[in-house]
Design a protein around this ligand. Structure first.
Ligand SMILES: [Zn+2]
Length: 251
């Protein structure tokens, strides 16, 4: 049976001498693995369409049973050429793709994640602020994963008394009266928690220019990454490289 999926390549793995297993995030079925036979050969008609980040229509032959579908043909909608030519933007895109892969289950449709992923890649390709895009992506994926940080008032008592600190283990902001409950709470400037709250809620389609100071950027990264380390079992290969890059750009 032939099926046609609209999808984005979020992972590729070599398989044998000339084949690739391509993991797609599809609009219709979420994450799906397909076999691209011969795709490692430069002259293969599947070579271009099976590259990481490629957004396209994928025509696949799905056999009976649970076997992996064979990719027979692909039509590229967007290959994000600008993004690929820039080391930093490629690193952000790789991280975003890996995060999508690790936070999604096979064949679990999620049109919101598909839209978020394609839009984020498009903005990266257009040269929008990659670090901020990445923080927005992380914030929204935490909402998808059902573990969003609590950023409306104090996590413990609900008080809106500032200044807040951020407790990674308690999952959100703490007011001055409660901050003694977590000696490891992180000091956060109002700009940081307000942006974190905005990132969870706002519609990415409406992204305008966001001016963010270096110190706020570093707090955003610190809070989100500590939170993800505490609440998600993830060890992302692409993250350490990205962190090196971010530190370089801040210095
Ligand atoms: Zn409190």
């Amino acid at each position: 049976m032939l099926v046609k999926w609209e999808g984005i390549v979020i992972r590729t793995t070599n398989y044998g001498e000339s084949n690739k297993v391509v993991t797609l995030f599809t609009r219709e079925h979420g994450k799906v693995g397909v076999m691209a036979r011969g795709a490692k050969k430069p002259k293969s008609r599947l070579a271009a369409v099976s590259q990481l980040f490629t957004y396209g229509f994928f025509l696949c032959k799905a056999g009976p049973g649970t076997g992996m579908p064979d990719l027979s043909q692909g039509d590229i909608i967007e290959s994000y050429r600008e993004l690929r030519q820039d080391l930093a933007r490629t690193a952000y895109a790789a991280y975003i793709a890996e995060l999508t892969d690790r936070l999604s289950e096979e064949r679990e449709a999620n049109p919101f994640v598909f839209q978020l992923l394609s839009l984020t890649l498009r903005y990266l390709d257009e040269g929008r602020d990659p670090e901020i895009l990445c923080r927005i992506f992380e914030s929204k994926m935490l909402v998808v994963a059902g573990i969003r940080p609590h950023l409306h008032g104090c996590t413990r008592c609900g008080s809106e008394q500032e200044p807040y600190v951020f407790s990674v283990t308690q999952g959100g902001l703490l007011c001055p009266a409660c901050q003694g409950s977590d000696p490891y709470a992180i000091t956060v400037a109002p700009a940081t928690w307000k942006l974190l709250r905005l990132f969870q809620l706002f519609d990415l389609e409406r992204l305008g220019e966001i001016e963010v100071k270096a110190s706020t950027r570093s707090q955003l990264r610190h809070v989100l990454h500590r939170f993800m380390d505490e609440h998600l079992e993830l060890r992302l290969k692409s993250r350490s490289f990205l962190e090196q890059l971010e530190k370089l750009s801040l210095s």
